[in-house]
Ligand binder design. Sequence first.
Ligand code: ADP
Ligand code: ZN
Ligand code: ZN
Length: 741
Amino acid sequence: MGAETGQIREHPVILRLAVPVPLRRLFDYLPPAGLTAADLQPGQRYWVPFGNRTLVAVLVDVVRESPLAELKPALERIDREPLFDLRSRQFLQWAADYYQAPVGELYAAALPVALRKGKPADHWAEQWLELTTEGKGLPETALARAKKQQELLQLLLRSGRQSRTTLNARGLNNSVCKALVERGLARWVAGPTAPPPMEDVAPRPAPELNDEQRQVIDAVALGDFSAALLEGTTGSGKTEVYLRLMARALGEGHQALLLVPEIGLTPQTLRRIAARFPDHRIAALHSGLADGERARAWLSAASGVADIVIGTRSAIFTPLPRLGVILVDEEHDGSFKQQDGVRYSARDLSVVLARNAGVPVLLGSATPSLESLHNALSGRYQHLRLRHRAGNARPPQISLVPTLHQPLQEGFAPQSLRHIRDTLARGEQALVFINRRGYAPALTCDDCGWLADCPHCSSKLTLHRRQRHLRCHHCDYRQPEVHSCPQCHSRNINALGTGTERSEDFLTHTFSDFPVIRVDRDTTSSKQALDRLLEPARNGEPCLLLGTQMLAKGHHLPKVTLVVIQDADGGLFSADFRAPERMGQLLEQVAGRAGRGDLPGHVLVQSRYPEHPLLQLLLNKGYGSFARQLLEERELTGLPPFRAMALVRAECEEPRWAEEFLNNARNYLQALAPPSPQLQYLGPVPALLERKSGRFRFYLQITAEKRGLLQGLLARFTQWAESNKNRRLRWAVDMDAQELS
Ligand code: ADP
Ligand code: ZN
Ligand code: ZN
């Protein structure tokens, strides 16, 4: 704080802190009253005054000199023990530089909410029960006459000390513990936070690996950096590979990090891992946790107590002092890329972290991203394959169902309905995939052509008939359903198109003897809700599942033998160059839900353009060939992953200002580095969703042959843009942007 004097001032000791504000720099403070140099350790949190606020900042460095004339003291130290070790601090700084992000905001993103707000870490400190020398000397058969005490002894012998919470969750209550303590076999010690206990599940032994799986596992060496793409068909046993690699890392005393997509972190996934590792401490980091639970899980990971850490994208920033292996499941999934605030890719960062930590990283998918596939094909990553489904499951048969000039019923071709009927009649399950939730994606007046638009976005309102309202899926604006036209008062109001609600009505009516289970964001407000909803399907009764992409992954439903994809055409004609890639991934993933058990599967893909070469390629040759063809096109057109691409985004209620800002940005950048065959500028152009929540959105696209050149330019740009004083204009750098929307 304070003005720069151009002259360096010496102080006995200065704190250089990451403060959660949108400025790309660190801030210097004097130590809080009463603390000396010996009390200061990088990685601790401090309360600091900032403007007229008080913020939680993280100490990054202790220095002696500052360019600032007047320094304020920090107010208070929060942690005695640092929360961030050296490696994670270096990693966060690297990410801040790469994504042109304010480092203070990255530290904030790394912390769970409760710690971000300044709650002391020792609030969650634990009591741990450990064996005394005498206890450690006993055989597992000791204490046979007190079953509970024996169980406790065995647990402590096998897996070391245990927290009170874990013991209680396992039904080993305080009196059992007390009995062991009184016998002089165990003692309580104060220790670090333990992860919240997992649901109790029966241990399940591992299946015998098949040859392909064994080869994959043998190809991954612990103890050194390596990056590998595991390209394996759906159901080929990738998860089994992750579990085995985890087991190996745990066996050597390391932690394993498993990153999963947002909708991949289901209770089913957690149960599968808990059942494999009943004696290990598992921390799950996801948005479904209460703040306190999440802080506990995070602290247990950061202190090295948790052995296995499973989390969605922000888990990549959790310090893991004993890290031994990183696994990324469904690495192509869009949820690994944060699309607002600090725009980072957890998938890409996982490779950086693995290199820093000297550990292997395995990126797994049935439908790899073109980025990872390119890295594998060009030899930067190892390319590991699982070509066959594990166990008895066979690949499904896929057919195209043309929908043009067909008598469709609520979007279903007669052939599709016939197959659904036959499947249910055989006592099997069918899954219908529809990419839209709500009743209908648009509401119109048949007399004057009025359409229900969102007043804040350039988009239509979706009719949600169950809730009797119209809703914007971009800004969540809602208004009551209308029954007469606001423009001409006609009552000929018509719902256009089909969403999941409308299909549910139709299918329930058509197949009234069978349960219809609708799965979308409106029926599954919590992860548990999804689990409960799918219960009948898991029980194996004949039923009809209907849903959005929530159904596309993670669920192992062996009785599903038919998958109907209602509309495959979404990605064929989009303005977003990544749309075909995403369409291919989604179709292959949904199709992969069919025939995962002993019964053969069949997939019906409805399309208006069954002759389209991309669809033909995808369905006849599979995603692997499809993706390789897309890669060739990207190379010819100079797009990622062959070039680095970044967007500079700007949004404002006043569209002219956003455009002008980006025009100035372009002029500024072009003066530094003129356009050339190696460096291209496009824009400013309006985003695909031009107006959102009342703000007009534009971007400037920059593609460069060399990532370094782009990085350098963006660093200069952020310096320039931070001096932009228009408070109503928001700007952001989106390095390796995934969406043009
Ligand atoms: P993926 O993650 O590739 O979709 P999974 O690891 O979930 O595949 O495996 C699919 C199914 O096959 C699961 O039910 C799993 O238990 C089973 N499975 C995996 N590996 C084997 C194996 N080697 N032998 C028998 N069954 C296996
Ligand atoms: Zn009208
Ligand atoms: Zn809206």
